[in-house]
Design a protein around this ligand. Structure first.
Ligand SMILES: [Zn+2]
Length: 228
């Protein structure tokens, strides 16, 4: 596959419609090109460009039409994987202005990969889908990390929430009981997951060979911006 052009709206708007707002939209969408990603650096660049559009209210919502559904139906070839929090304010494809078939998304409360099912999902993306980058994205005001650094309340019977928080708590132990250090705890939690993914020698090897990157990121729920 050569070049994928992100002109989701173009086919609809390029005919004879002369309304001003439609023309503006056409100009905006036709300037964005989604090139095929062939390296970790290109994967991160594409995410950064998409996030810049999103955060400046210029998202073009690429790859979000039936043509793309048809194109990706036989096989998925996402260029990256993103491990993010389940928090409803962290919709990954929106944040990076990507669409169907672009990102292999793994979301859990607190974006921890300290679980076989979650880590298995990451490894699947690397080994089978050959993604060029794995991004672990923590976010501002994360409830999972907040719960993990907050002194324990009595657990609700038959609920697994306490178990979840214990898993995250192990990674942010230095900040336990320090609510003011939430942001530092969120960043530490992200770094721990990156380390955990890189602890797999096969993954480490791909990184050393320049075929893959595993990076941490931080999403600001106020600005919509992602820092890598
Ligand atoms: Zn969260």
């Amino acid at each position: 596959m050569s070049v994928l052009v992100a002109v989701a709206a173009m086919g609809l708007f390029s005919c004879s419609n002369t309304q001003e707002n439609v023309e503006n939209k056409e100009v905006k969408t036709s300037t964005v090109e989604l090139k095929e990603v062939t390296s970790p650096a290109e994967a991160i660049a594409r995410l950064q460009e998409g996030n810049a559009r999103y955060a400046s209210d210029s998202a073009v919502n690429p790859h979000d039409n039936h043509m793309r559904i048809d194109e990706t139906a036989p096989k998925q070839t996402p260029f990256c994987a993103v491990v993010a929090c389940s928090d409803s304010r962290v919709p990954v494809e929106h944040i990076f202005d990507q669409g169907i078939g672009d990102i292999f998304v793994i979301r859990t409360a607190g974006n921890s990969v300290n679980d076989d099912v979650v880590m298995g999902s990451v490894d699947y993306a690397i080994e089978h889908l050959k993604v060029k980058s794995v991004v672990v994205m923590g976010h501002e005001s994360c409830g999972g990390v907040t719960g993990a650094i907050t002194e324990k309340e009595e657990a609700v019977e038959n609920s697994k929430v306490d178990e979840l928080l214990s898993v995250i708590r192990n990674d942010v132990r230095p900040y336990y009981g320090q609510k003011d250090s939430l942001d530092a705890a969120i960043r530490l939690n992200t770094n721990k997951q990156v380390e955990r993914i890189l602890a797999n020698p096969e993954v480490k090897k791909l990184v050393e060979e320049g075929k893959l990157s595993v990076v941490g990121a931080y999403y600001n729920v106020h600005t919509g911006k992602v820092d890598f």
